[in-house]
Design a protein around this ligand. Sequence first.
Ligand SMILES: *[C@@H]1O[C@H](CO)[C@@H](O)[C@H](O)[C@H]1NC(C)=O
Length: 392
Amino acid sequence: MEAGGQRRGTQCWWFAIRFSLMLSCVERVSAQIKYSIPEEVKVGSVVGNMAKDLGLDISLLEERRFRIVSGAEDAQFEVNPNNGLLQVHGKIDREELCENISPCLINLKMVADNPMEIHYVGVEIIDINDNSPTFPDDEKVLEIYESTLSGKRFQLPAAHDADVVTNTVRMYKLNDNDHFSLQIRDRGEDKIPFLVLQKPLDREKENEHKLILTAIDGGNPPRSGTLNVTVIVLDSNDNHPFFSEEVYSVKIPENVERHRSVIVIKANDLDEGVNGEIEYFFGSELDPKVYDTFSLDKDTGEIRVKGGIDFENMEVFKLDVHATDKGQPPMSTDCRVIIKVLDVNDNKPEIEVTSLSKIVSEDSKPGTVVALISITDQDAGLNGKVICSLSD
Ligand SMILES: *[C@@H]1O[C@H](CO)[C@@H](O)[C@H](O)[C@H]1NC(C)=O
């Protein structure tokens, strides 16, 4: 009797529920009971005492087939028919169930037969910090010109963390380094890391910089992920070509044959590619004879004899040579090449009789000047030294 009475009472209640369900077709069905558990709890963990909370008779649970009919992929929860406890049945991964939706609420629809009874139970899955921040790639390569001004910003990829709220990415750090600092910009819900150039780069000193960006989440304890950032420094034409000497000296004999190589001058440039490719030119302010006498190979810096050289005509040639790189704008330097011509004994001494007494009297005293003869030789040094001797 008593049981029957109770059954009737429940039936009335069921009609009331059905009526309210009809009404709630337009509204959201809200759960009668709400439990919460952290994700990843052990199978068998108790979520709540359903029978007690719903006022069900434990002894009748089995007979009335009290069960979960829908909500979640069911397998995550089960009702223990012996005691009416809602228990964890399978792995509960909040990230899989709700992705980035927070809070993560699973609605279970519970049914008991005979008479039919429906209950709605909500289970909130609490996020735990079980995911680390990760970057889309392992490495980020940035190419930056060495001429880039300090203060320039370079965007870096943001890290992702499957966890939500405080367990997701909270901050970024950059390893200690000489050139870059880190700036975090809030873009809506996302934090975007930027590299900021603090100190000018110099490719000739360091052509690559290895940095490590670390993303840290707000969990307790926090988890982190790293990204290797490689900065490749691109060349700018910031170096002048330079000669190893300011002045090059070379000696050539005056009878040197045409096309003979005199000297090869070479300038260096620390820049890369066309910024370091050098061309050589004669200066524009040279003695015009130079252009006729010597040629300069613009690519190799080799100076060759072009025209005849006459020591008696020109003893020393002074050549200004410019070296210019092919950068944009180009940079240049210059040097001087001194070419000394060595005399070759190609001139005979010349005798010039300045005065000559036609008649020398018999009684002339020794020491009387009878003739003034000058002898000259165009050649230099020993080649021009004249030894005189009289012969009969
Ligand atoms: C990142 O850099 C570290 C140290 O600089 C290195 O050991 C690691 O292999 C790098 N990782 C990748 C993916 O390049």
